[in-house]
Ligand binder design. Structure first.
Ligand code: SF4
Length: 350
């Protein structure tokens, strides 16, 4: 890569200089055509494929080779012919890509991009919870660190969480972590009393509440509602539907991948969307004739937005930040992900 850094005739040398001059290191570059061309050129030089999560900034989504939810991207990473994966998302997602592609170099443009939901449970807390419930089966949402996945029996996404729990013998206790809203959804659907739910949450999704959803539903009587099950409002959405306040057929509880399928299929002119606002860009691209509106337009994940155009440029120039997962943790974590894949097509999740 030194040849990249030593060039003086490259079109993006000024971009790199602007990064160096920035007081915070790499905040001085917006996504533009010159930037996009340089990203593509550097990715080719590095033999890298660029993956972007649905909640990424539009400029990052547009320049990526693939856009999708975390698990779909990890599977694309494993199948990609390139040896280097640049994962534009949060850290646990890049870790999952590394778990499924242990021989590849996985880079994240800013390793500080964490996740409040993944941070809701530490491996120490999970081990203590397991010790309190010997014999229980641990089901963890994919929004968990590699160390938590390594202590997990089966991972799940929001799409297949119900199927994963239903696959466990009825007499076995289940420990479900870390998302309390997804756990409540699974318990309600399966009717399972021995499902213990960890009280974790995502600060973004917890901020989308039932009152806002009810208000918006009343103000937009013809709109459909797409709700991500991690949202604090998912329970409210189902309650409102049950009470007849919102016609049940207007409420769709969907993973991010499911939202895109539903967007392409809907005949509604207007859809209210209850999840992180980055998803709107994908939905509007998928169905330009439909008016998609956020239930809460402040529901933006600051961690996702740490992957700036400048951070991606720096990542490709410097080959950093590299994601490492130790071999034994990766082996155990991979088992819990593969058990999920064996149960069914695990589309969705975040
Ligand atoms: S939106 Fe929430 S769950 Fe998703 S990455 Fe951000 S903090 Fe984590």
């Amino acid at each position: 890569m030194t040849e990249i850094l030593n060039r003086t005739d490259a079109p993006a040398d000024d971009l790199i200089a602007r990064i160096s001059d920035s007081p915070t290191g790499y905040t001085g570059v917006d996504g533009d055509e010159q930037w996009a061309a340089e990203i593509r050129r550097l990715a080719e030089l590095r033999g890298a494929t660029i993956l972007a999560h649905n909640y990424q900034l539009p400029a990052i989504q547009d320049v990526a080779d693939h856009v999708g939810d975390s698990l779909a991207l990890s599977r694309i990473a494993a199948a990609a012919p390139e040896d280097t994966i640049v994962f534009c998302g949060v850290h646990f997602m890049a870790e999952t890509a590394k778990i499924l592609s242990p021989d590849k170099t996985v880079l994240i443009p800013d390793q500080r991009a964490g996740c409040s939901l993944a941070d809701s449970i530490t491996p120490e807390e999970l081990q203590a919870w397991k010790d309190e419930h010997p014999g229980a089966v641990v089901v963890s949402y994919v929004n968990t660190t590699a160390a938590v996945k390594a202590l997990t029996d089966i991972c799940c996404t929001s799409s297949n969480a119900v199927d994963v729990v239903a696959s466990i013998p009825a007499d076995r206790d289940v420990l479900f972590c870390p998302d309390q809203f997804l756990g409540a959804h699974v318990r309600r659907v399966t009717g399972r009393e021995n499902l213990h739910v960890w009280a974790g949450e995502c600060h973004v999704h917890a901020g989308i509440n039932g009152d806002e959803l009810a208000d918006q539903a009343r103000q937009h009587p013809d709109a459909e509602l797409f709700v991500h099950p991690e949202c604090g409002c998912a329970t409210s959405a189902l309650y409102l539907a049950g009470e007849g306040a919102v016609p049940a057929d207007r409420v769709k509880i969907l993973s991010t991948g499911g939202m895109l399928d539903a967007a392409r299929a809907t005949h509604a002119r207007e859809v209210l969307v209850a999840t992180e606002v980055g998803m709107l860009y994908q939905l509007r691209n998928a169905a330009p004739g439909t008016n998609f509106q956020a239930v809460n337009d402040r529901a933006s994940c600051k961690f996702m937005k740490m992957i700036t155009p400048a951070a991606l440029l720096r990542c490709l120039v410097e080959g950093a930040d590299e994601v490492h997962v130790d071999a034994e943790t990766a082996r155990l974590a991979r088992q819990s992900v593969q058990r999920m894949i064996a149960i069914g097509q695990p589309g969705g999740g975040e």
